[in-house]
Design a protein around this ligand. Structure first.
Ligand SMILES: [Zn+2]
Length: 456
């Protein structure tokens, strides 16, 4: 027995087994998109020494993001990790999912070794472990990622609650869009999704739809590397099967309904437009935020604005200029700045006190702005979905129809001319029945096969 083994035995005898076996990984910055959610997606940037085989391969010891070997990541690496996490968080924002960079095995006291962590991920239902890292080159060579299918909801064995995304095969560690869409895709598999393909009747043309090589929009469950938008789709996954991506994700056991962002969904229940201070004209973007989701939890449909929720905000103005912008996407990376890779194509309207349209912005751009001068009165801001997109019908117009969802996060920026506190004095003059902002700044709710391995 070597001296080292002797020492280990002594340490074990003293009960320091965890210390003796802990594998060292850099600590990732802590991000959570929805703490307390029913489902957890742990996105692991810290590296993993994978014990044994996964699927039909042997991944080996996967280095941490950017091959970092220290105890922490550099500021630049942390910013990059945030960029990737934010995009994945947005893909799953309509669902009861916490996308996190914090290892749940640590809080559970199950992080003594990577083998112990792996067993914990497997044994814990509704927990998925996605490794962003580069395995040995023979591990599913040529794939951008790999996952078992339908393994998120229930306990697993053999590492099936772990899946993979390989930055080295996607353009490198800063290929944020590619890493994001590959991650959303592999996690989609874990949630039970199959590949969105192109079909002519029952004949498969492409297993992975690229939406006729569109540079604008493509299905996350196809291939969306070359498209600006990677979104969920309703379309064929076999000759005889249509898959509704958001419905299938939501149908995971215990997932619950699409997220309710707490913003009023009707004129009558409109949320008071939050301002940065009681006297400010500036919209508080940290509170004026929501998530547009399908109206129906049991039969969500992508086409038609009425198939999506709307967010209503109400404000009073003493008259004057207003500039209101709905920013599609979250603000996970920088507060007040819309993240890239948004999922929602929004429509913005201003309505008068009777609900009549005063102004609308409904451009092909994901974000919308209205600059307007308003007469004194009460108004509503309505944020809605653009109402979905038809997929391309293919080079000869002969592919079966499919549809993309316009759903996801948004927040408001800009200003409106609101009555000043001095308006109180004007009330005595009978100027403004509506003229002072009684409305409380409502604190918004938490907006806020035998499975076969499927390679991306
Ligand atoms: Zn796939």
């Amino acid at each position: 027995m070597s001296p080292r083994r002797t020492l280990l035995a002594i340490v074990l005898g003293l009960g320091f087994v965890h210390a003796a076996w802990t594998q060292s990984h850099p600590l990732a910055p802590a991000f959570n998109s929805r703490p307390g959610a029913a489902y957890t997606l742990y996105v692991n940037f810290s590296g993993f020494d994978y014990p044994g085989t996964w699927g039909s391969g042997t991944p080996g010891n996967i280095p941490a993001y950017n091959n970092q070997t220290g105890s922490t990541f550099t500021a630049a690496e942390q910013a990059n990790i945030k960029n990737i996490w934010a995009r994945i968080a947005e893909a799953y924002a309509p669902f009861n999912v916490n996308v996190t960079t914090v290892d749940p095995a640590v809080a559970a006291g199950q992080a003594g070794s990577d083998a112990q962590r792996l067993a914990y991920y497997d044994a814990t239902p509704r927990l998925m472990h996605t490794i962003i890292g580069n395995p040995n080159s023979s591990f599913y060579s040529g794939a951008g990622g790999v996952s078992f299918v339908n393994v998120w909801a229930t306990a697993q064995t053999q590492g099936r609650a772990t899946n993979w995304v390989f930055p080295g095969r996607l353009g490198g560690y800063t290929a944020f869009h590619n890493i994001f869409t590959a991650s959303a895709h592999e996690v989609g598999h874990a949630a039970g999704l199959s590949h969105q393909g192109d079909y002519i009747g029952t004949t498969r043309v492409n297993e992975y739809s690229r939406n006729n090589n569109s540079s604008v929009i493509a299905p996350t469950m196809g291939v969306a590397y070359s498209a600006a938008r990677s979104v969920w789709r309703l379309g064929k996954v076999s000759g005889s099967t249509t898959q509704n991506d958001p419905l299938r994700i939501r149908q995971n056991s215990g997932m619950g309904n699409f997220i309710n962002d707490g913003i009023g969904r009707t004129l009558a229940t409109a949320t008071a437009l939050p301002f940065q201070s009681a006297t400010s004209h500036i919209i508080d973007f940290t509170l004026a935020r929501g998530i547009i989701v399908p109206v129906s939890n049991t039969n969500p449909q992508p086409i038609g604005v009425d198939n999506y929720t709307r967010g209503f905000f109400v404000f009073d103005t003493s008259g004057g200029p207003a500039s209101i912008r709905v920013n599609a996407g979250g603000q996970w990376i920088t507060p007040g700045v819309p993240d890239p890779d948004a999922s929602l194509d929004a429509t913005l309207r201003i309505l008068d006190i009777n609900g009549n349209q005063v102004a609308i912005s409904d451009t092909p751009s994901l974000s919308e702005t209205i600059n307007i001068t308003l007469a004194a009165g009460r108004y509503y801001i309505e944020v809605s979905s653009a109402g979905g997109k038809n997929a391309s019908l293919g080079p000869n117009g002969d592919w079966d129809p499919a549809y993309f969802y316009d759903m996801g996060s948004y927040f408001l920026t800009g200003f409106v001319t609101i009555p000043e506190p001095s308006t109180m004095a004007l009330i005595g003059l009978g100027v403004a029945g509506y003229g002072f902002h009684y409305y409380r700044r409502r604190k918004l709710g938490q907006n806020v096969s035998s499975e076969s391995a499927s390679t991306m």
